[in-house]
Design a binder for this molecule. Structure first.
Ligand code: AMP
Length: 458
C-alpha cells in the first residue's frame, strides 16, 4: 500500500516523501479513505500509531480542494487535551501542508493570548486548540466557529479524564450541524460511547488491534526495589547502558524538579516538564531534549502526553502510574516511528498492586530483572503492603523514626532536618560512586543488571 494509492494529492505526497514516509500506517490506511469519503469516524488507536497524520492529511487535502481566499474564519477545528499535543498537531499540519497555501494556528493556555488573537485576525483555515483557551477566545468573541467543516477530538479519553467534558460540549454546541467529525481515543469507555452518539453521525469505527500497536515492540522490564534505592538504580542504568535519550516518569511535579536537579548535579544533563512550568519553559525543555542537549527529561503524566521525540530510546517509570492506562501512554513515547524502544519500571512494595493492574490491562506478565538493589519485599508484597500507605500511616512511621540515629528506612530526613542517607550531592552514602565518572571498571559489574524470565502473553 502506498500513499499514492490512497489518492493523496501531489503536494502532500511530496511533503510525505520529504519526511521519509514510505507507506501509510494501518490507522492511516483505514482512516484516510473514509475521511476523504466524507464519513464520520471513531478511531481507537494509541499514540505512536501515526494517528495524527491520519486526520491531518485528509483535512489538508479537502480544504485545499476548496480554497477559501479570505481565510476569514477557520474551517477545521482540532481539540487536544494538552498544550504539547496541540503544538505537536500544529507541527504536523506545517509538515504535511508545506506545499499548500493553507494557514493554521494553535491556541493554548500558558502563553500570552494577544499573539493568538492577532493570528486569528489575520485569518486561518485550521485551528488547533486546547478547550480552556478556546473558550476564553470564544467568550471574548475573538473566534467564530460557524464555518467549521471538520471537527476532530483528539485523545478523547484523556479529555474526559482531565475534566473537559463540559468545555467540549460547550464548544461543540457552537459548531454548525453540518460538518464531518472525527474522534480519536486510546480506550473506549461508556462515557466516550455516549459522547460519540451525541456528536457523530453514523460513524465508522476503526480499531487498531493491540497486535499492531507499538507497545508490542517495546522491550519491557520491571525492577523490584525499595524507594530509597531507586535513585542509585537510575544512575546505574543510565551509565551502564550508555543511555542517550531517556524519559523518566515520576508522580509529582515537585519530584520531577528534584530529580532533574539531582541528576544535573551528578553530571547527567537533565530537565523537567510538568504542569507548573510555563509554556516557554516546556518548549525549551523539549527542544533541549530533542537536540540532545539534555539526556534525561523528567516528566509527570499530564505533561508527557504530547511528547513526540523520535529518538527516545528508554522510558523509565521511576514511579509506577496509579492509572494503568497511563502506563501504555508513557511507554508509547519510545519505539516511535518504527524504531526500537525499552521501558523500565521501578516497582516498590507500595506500587505492587499498580503493577498487577498494568499486567491485567496489557495482558502481559512483565519480564523482571535481577539487580543489586532487588527487593524481595517489593516482589512479594500483597494485600495492604502492595498499596500506597494512607497519609495517616505515613505520619505514624515518621513519628516512630523521629529519634532514630541511623538512616531512615523511608529515606526521608531525620528530626534535625538532616538526611542520614544522603550526601551533600543528594545521593546515597552507600553509593558505589566516589564521584560521578569514577564508576567504570570492575565496580560496575557488581551491580550489572541481569534480566529475569522473559515476558509472556497471558
Ligand atoms: P502519532 O501516533 O501521530 O503521534 O505519530 C507517531 C510518529 O509516527 C510520529 O513521529 C510521526 O512523525 C510518525 N509517522 C506518522 N506516519 C508515519 C508513516 N506513514 N511512516 C513513518 N512514520 C510515520
Amino acid at each position: 500500500m502506498t500513499f499514492k494509492s490512497l489518492n493523496i494529492i501531489e503536494p502532500i505526497l511530496e511533503a510525505l516523501e520529504k519526511e521519509g514516509y514510505v507507506e501509510p500506517t494501518p490507522i492511516q490506511e483505514k482512516t484516510i479513505p473514509l475521511l476523504l469519503d466524507n464519513k464520520d469516524v471513531i478511531g481507537i488507536a494509541q499514540t505512536g500509531t501515526g494517528k495524527t497524520a491520519a486526520f491531518t492529511i485528509p483535512i489538508l487535502q479537502k480544504l485545499h480542494k476548496r480554497v477559501d481566499k479570505n481565510k476569514a474564519t477557520p474551517r477545521a477545528l482540532i481539540l487536544a487535551p494538552t498544550r504539547e499535543l496541540a503544538a505537536q498537531i500544529s507541527e504536523s499540519f506545517k509538515t504535511y501542508g508545506k506545499f499548500l497555501n493553507l494557514r493554521h494556528t494553535a491556541v493554548y493556555g500558558g502563553v500570552g493570548i494577544m499573539p493568538q488573537i492577532r493570528d486569528l485576525q489575520r485569518g486561518i483555515d485550521i485551528l488547533i486548540a486546547t478547550p480552556g483557551r478556546l473558550l476564553d477566545l470564544m467568550n471574548q468573541k475573538r473566534v467564530d466557529l460557524k464555518k467549521i467543516e471538520f471537527f476532530v477530538l483528539d485523545e478523547a479519553d484523556r479529555m474526559l479524564d482531565m475534566g473537559f467534558l463540559r468545555d467540549i460540549k460547550k464548544i461543540a454546541s457552537a459548531l454548525p450541524k453540518e460538518k464531518q467529525s472525527l474522534f480519536f481515543s486510546a480506550t473506549m469507555s461508556n462515557e466516550i460511547t455516549k459522547l460519540t452518539k451525541e456528536f457523530l453521525k453514523n460513524p465508522v469505527r476503526i480499531e487498531i488491534t493491540p497486535q499492531a500497536t507499538p507497545v508490542e515492540k517495546i522491550k519491557q522490564c520491571v525492577f523490584f526495589i525499595d524507594p530509597e534505592n531507586k535513585i542509585e538504580l537510575l544512575f546505574d542504568l543510565i551509565e551502564q547502558q550508555k543511555m542517550k535519550c531517556v524519559l523518566v516518569f515520576v508522580k509529582t511535579k515537585h519530584k520531577a524538579d528534584k530529580l532533574a536537579k539531582l541528576l544535573s548535579r551528578n553530571r547527567v544533563t537533565a530537565d523537567s516538564i510538568h504542569g507548573n512550568k510555563s509554556q516557554p519553559q516546556r518548549i525549551r525543555a523539549l527542544n533541549d531534549f530533542k537536540t540532545g542537549r539534555v539526556k534525561v527529561l523528567v516528566a509527570t503524566d499530564i505533561a508527557a502526553r504530547g511528547i513526540d521525540v523520535e529518538n527516545i530510546s528508554h522510558v523509565i517509570n521511576y514511579d509506577l502510574p496509579n492509572e494503568p492506562e497511563n502506563y501504555v501512554h508513557r511507554i508509547g513515547r519510545t519505539a516511535r516511528a518504527g524504531s526500537d524502544g525499552t521501558a523500565y519500571s521501578f516497582c516498590s512494595a507500595e506500587e505492587r498492586e499498580f503493577l498487577n493492574q498494568i499486567e491485567r490491562i496489557t495482558k502481559t506478565k512483565t519480564e523482571h530483572a535481577e539487580h543489586k538493589y532487588h527487593s524481595i519485599k517489593a516482589k512479594d508484597a500483597t494485600g495492604s503492603q502492595a498499596k500506597p500507605k494512607s497519609r495517616g500511616q505515613h505520619s505514624n512511621n515518621r513519628n516512630s523514626n523521629r529519634n532514630s540515629r541511623g538512616p531512615r528506612p523511608d529515606g526521608r530526613k531525620n528530626s534535625k532536618g538532616r538526611d542520614n542517607n544522603k550526601r551533600k550531592d543528594g545521593r546515597n552514602k552507600s553509593s558505589r560512586f566516589g564521584s560521578r565518572g569514577s564508576s567504570s571498571g570492575s565496580n560496575s559489574s557488581s551491580s550489572r543488571v541481569r534480566m529475569g524470565r522473559t515476558s509472556s502473553r497471558r
